[in-house]
Design a protein around this ligand. Structure first.
Ligand code: ADE
Length: 243
């Protein structure tokens, strides 16, 4: 089983590469190989009997789509786990909280001029759903570790939202709980290619006027919250799939 671990920014994948705090990663780190392709670095290694390919895409839907496609088509990933940070839309989500996407949509996809709903293009769908199996594994990890993992709608767009009005519009239009800039792109690719996927985000800001300040302040911490959870999921997945 080959698993893609993906983030958008270096800070989001760095914790996976940090050796010191997670002993088993030593094994990974010693044996991994790097491939530079299309402007991204893909790290490949064995980890707990699983084949891993790890990369960050750079920010935005196009970059995310490219990296997800490469991980699947060029590197042979059979499952994709996305780890990173998001802005909270749902007021119950606080900085550092974890949200697993149950549905993902593109808030900036707009051909409403032709009478279609926001986020829809012909032959597409407004909401793409991740793997129920991976959501179930996430719930098991959360229960075992006593982590309050929320599930919810993640809205993706090529905009950093630091504006209460735009945030409210996204909440009202898509019933979104959190916003970020890559998740739905990854979802569309994985859905099209029949690859089970999971998108996890830890909150870095509340997408309001102070969002840029909070984002810079909490990017590293929230990235680590998210990556630690993904590593715990991988431990569980390795029990099921490692050979
Ligand atoms: N990722 C983290 N915070 C975000 C925000 N406020 N808008 C878009 N993407 C984000």
């Amino acid at each position: 089983m080959k698993i893609a671990i993906m983030g958008a920014m270096l800070e989001e994948v760095e914790p996976f590469l940090e050796v010191a705090e997670h002993e088993p990663l030593l094994e990974y780190f010693k044996k991994h190989t790097d491939t530079v392709y299309g402007g991204n670095i893909y790290h490949e290694a064995k980890y707990k009997g699983l084949d891993i390919v790890l990369a960050y895409s750079k920010i935005g839907k196009v970059n995310a789509g490219l990296t997800a496609s490469m991980m699947i088509e060029k590197f042979g990933a059979e499952m994709l786990l996305f780890s990173g940070v998001a802005g909270a839309v749902n007021p119950q989500l606080k900085i550092g909280d974890l949200i697993a996407a149950t549905h993902l949509c593109q808030h900036d996809l707009d051909i409403t001029a032709f009478g279609h709903p926001h986020g829809f293009v012909p032959e597409g769908k407004v909401y793409v759903e991740p793997s129920q199996h991976l959501l179930h594994i996430a719930k098991e990890v959360a229960d075992e570790k006593g982590i309050n993992l929320k599930g919810g709608i993640i809205a993706t767009g090529d905009q950093f939202i630091a504006d209460p009005e735009r945030k409210e519009w996204i909440q009202k239009t898509f019933e979104a709980d959190a916003i970020e800039m890559e998740g739905a792109a990854v979802a569309v690719i994985c859905d099209a290619l029949n690859v089970p996927f999971f998108v996890l985000r830890a909150i870095s800001d509340t997408a309001d006027t102070d969002a840029t300040f909070d984002f810079d302040e909490f990017l590293k911490h929230s990235s680590k919250v998210s990556s630690s959870f993904i590593l715990a999921m991988i431990d569980k997945i390795s029990d099921d799939y490692a050979k």
